[in-house]
Design a protein around this ligand. Structure first.
Ligand code: SF4
Length: 291
């Protein structure tokens, strides 16, 4: 399969065929994110998309999972997305799920009716990068929405029947805003009440504005144990109905998995054990972390 530039996908889409129906990210402004800085956003044409589907069919006609890339493919016009979904289900007889990244601004731009139609035509999962529930942090990283808009975007997805997978970034507020970041993020995630929640831990790319802020002494990154303490506060404050939590992304110091709220106490105990005993040997070494 030919891809334009580097392809990123959520860890849970590792077994999916990746179809690049868009290139880059329409927003492409978040200061912590360097994934699509080398790409100009564009939506591929119908004929390009059809060619991609034909190539994917030759690669794996038994595909059960497909992920639509790049970083904000939900920006595609809903009618075209429905066409793509219909073609996928007609082409791949065993197809069971189709996932997509959705930027909050582009989710907000779609009506509940459009989102429900996407669900009816087989879109199953939307990955929403919440990053933080703190308004100041969202502004400082140029996420482009407020916490309340983020909640509305997530709730719109849920109400349309789509499965919602949210991502948050531990350490995004640095030392100065660690507590606010954890508490406000717990509030926003609780309000969205997603089916899945993934925690990443901040990694600072050398070329990013955050890297300059660290060098300039205006941003103080968390240590590994401080990152876990922040995650502990977030988990402790979460109030969700039924949510699979994972920190299995390569950026994390400690891979964890739990179903919340049933396993919330056990998850907190695991974190407490590592934090209180300062069990650094249980943490992923810095050189093994990655995006
Ligand atoms: S919306 Fe997502 S993909 Fe786009 S710049 Fe921000 S973090 Fe990166």
């Amino acid at each position: 399969m030919f891809y334009e530039g580097t392809i990123y996908r959520p860890p849970s889409e590792a077994k999916s065929i990746i179809l690049q129906i868009t290139v880059g990210c329409q927003h492409n402004a978040c200061t912590f994110c360097t994934m699509y800085k080398d790409k100009s956003f564009r939506i591929k044409s119908r004929s390009e998309i059809n060619d991609i589907i034909t190539t994917a069919l030759a690669q794996d006609s038994d595909a059960e999972r497909i992920f639509l890339a790049d970083g904000d493919a939900i920006a595609v016009d809903s009618l075209l997305l429905i066409e793509v979904l219909d073609r996928l289900y007609a082409t791949f007889p065993r197809l069971k799920r189709v996932g997509i990244y959705g930027g909050p601004k582009d989710i907000l731009a779609k009506s509940p009716k459009e989102l429900a139609a996407l669900k009816a035509h087989g879109l199953t999962m939307v990955y929403l990068g919440v990053e933080s529930g703190n308004g100041g942090i969202l502004t400082s990283v140029c996420k482009g929405v407020t916490p309340e808009q983020m909640i509305t975007a997530g709730q719109k997805l849920r109400e349309s029947g789509l499965a919602v997978s949210c991502t948050v970034i531990i350490g995004l507020g640095g030392k100065d805003l660690s507590q606010e970041h954890a508490l406000d993020t717990a509030r926003v995630i609780s309000a969205i009440d997603p089916h899945y929640l993934g925690a990443l831990t901040l990694m600072v790319a050398p070329s990013s504005p955050l890297s300059k802020a660290i060098k300039g002494g205006t941003f103080h990154p968390l240590t590994p144990l401080e990152s876990l303490a922040e995650l502990r506060t977030l988990i402790h404050e979460l109030n969700v109905t039924h949510c699979v939590f994972r920190s299995n992304h390569a950026s994390n110091y400690l891979p964890l998995r739990a179903t919340l709220p049933n396993e919330q106490d056990e998850l907190l105990q695991t974190l407490d054990n590592v934090i209180e005993n300062q069990s650094l040997e249980r943490l992923r070494p810095e050189y093994w972390r990655g995006l």
